[in-house]
Ligand binder design. Structure first.
Ligand SMILES: *Cc1c(COP(=O)(O)O)cnc(C)c1O
Length: 426
């Protein structure tokens, strides 16, 4: 028994070595990209003259909270925007994105989702679907129409359908950078640049919004630097660096950020209220480290792609493909393999390693979903995590990981579990 286990472990580590030999050049390129992004963040810190008094907490209304205001400016600088709004009071990525819609759109306005069906949690925000009740405050409830232009057969934006879809009522175009939990390819910054160019040709005054979740610091430019007017994301993903304990951010044009801030607080209060109850250092420190943490996650994703494709599974993106988000999809084609992989990954976690995740119903999803992730920060997906809806083609979406060695160990633990159950042969 003992011998068998040892043999199994040895061959799995040998497998990892083989995979790693193939990906060395790619890992190096990722680390070089991270260095540039890290310097970009460092120089913003220096220009803004960040000091330790900015980390002080404020209470009550939070008037004159210079650390909060400076963090807004720091994000704006790093993301190439005029202004920023970075708050623990923004509870999630979905909240940050919804604030942008509610802040800018008015009854009778129309928003066009130009990169296919948006992220799952957004369907209820849009409203009008089977999950919605009248009176629940969705965009539809406010008389704001939202339409989706599907991607073309190659998973790319359908430019002619988009141009035709823009009407006099269309105020905003929404672009999702990451694949989310879909097998479509992610949008590169070049793709976003091209898309915005085309949209603005049709109607220059349109607001181009980008859901930047999972994309921050993967490339050397960010959406505002290629024409996006407003960009939002979550602080428990890339830009929080695994250290920010909660929150969301919005960056973009000054006048738009003011409208979003008025929606977050109240008209007239805008971004001048909102205290920081301790822990502000964590937002600064997280941003500072974020490019490096993103690089760890990316390197882990490349290893996962190489390992899993070597074992015969379809992966997206391919290990050699250029990346623009941190998500790695692995297609298992069987519920048993999907579940075993996620359970094994959980066993490799620093937190809650002894818990066995099971597929269960989730609000907003039609199918049961299995979620693995033993993270320090609840639900953090810049930490190593995998999720998969229990439906064809039984794909797991793997992302995050604070260190490459830990991601590697997690993957090998998962493979060991699968091998033990006879679901793969090594
Ligand atoms: C994570 C994510 C969101 C928002 O998710 P929250 O769980 O609300 O933070 C939105 N869009 C995409 C593409 C995402 O990956």
């Amino acid at each position: 028994m003992n011998n068998e286990k040892k043999f199994c472990r040895n061959s799995i580590w040998a497998l990892a070595q083989e995979a790693e030999a193939d990906i060395q050049k790619i890992l190096l390129a990722i680390r070089q990209g991270a260095e540039l992004n890290h310097y970009k963040v460092l120089s913003a810190f220096k220009e803004m003259e960040v000091s330790d008094y900015h980390f002080n907490e404020s209470t009550g209304y939070g008037y004159g909270d210079t650390g909060r205001d400076l963090l807004d400016q720091l994000y704006a600088r790093v993301f190439g925007a005029e202004a920023g709004l970075v708050r623990p009071q923004i509870v999630s990525g979905t909240h940050a994105i919804a604030l942008c819609f509610y802040g800018l759109l008015r009854p009778g306005d129309d928003v066009l989702f130009v990169t296919g069906q948006p992220y799952d949690t957004f369907l209820q925000v849009m409203g009008g679907g089977p999950l919605n009740r009248r009176g629940d405050g969705s965009l539809a409830d406010w008389g704001i129409t939202s339409r989706v232009i599907p991607l073309d057969s190659e998973g790319k934006p359908d430019y002619s359908a988009i141009a035709e879809g823009i009407t006099p009522a269309t105020k905003m175009v929404a672009i999702q950078r990451s694949r989310g939990y879909d097998l479509r390819p992610s949008l590169s910054i070049n793709d976003i640049e091209q898309l915005i160019g085309i949209v603005k040709q049709v109607k220059p005054e349109l607001v181009c919004f980008v859901d930047n979740c999972y994309g921050e610091f993967v490339e050397d430019r960010e959406p505002c630097q290629v024409g996006a007017d407003l960009v939002a994301g979550s602080l428990i993903k890339n830009p929080g660096g695994g250290i920010a304990p909660s929150g969301g951010y919005v960056v973009g044009k000054e006048e738009l950020i003011q409208k979003v801030a008025n929606r977050l607080t109240a008209p007239g209060l805008g971004s001048e209220l909102g205290c920081s109850l301790g822990g502000k250092r964590l937002y600064y420190q997280g941003l500072f480290l974020a490019p490096l943490v993103v690089a760890e996650a990316l390197q882990g994703a490349v290893l996962a792609a190489r390992l899993m494709s070597g074992l015969g599974f379809k992966v997206s993106p391919h290990w050699e493909e250029k990346r623009t988000d941190i998500i790695q999809a692995i297609v298992f084609n069987s519920p048993e393999r999907l579940v075993a992989f996620c359970q094994g990954l959980q066993q490799g976690s620093p937190v809650d390693s002894y818990i066995t995740p099971e597929a269960s119903p989730m609000p907003g999803y039609e199918d049961r979903v299995i979620m693995a992730g033993g993270s320090f920060i609840q639900g953090s997906s810049i930490e190593l995590s995998a999720d998969g809806p229990l439906r064809e083609p039984y794909a797991a979406y793997l992302q995050g990981g604070l260190s490459y060695p830990y991601i590697k160990a997690g993957l090998l633990t998962a493979l060991e579990q699968m091998a033990k159950q006879g679901l793969i042969s090594i």
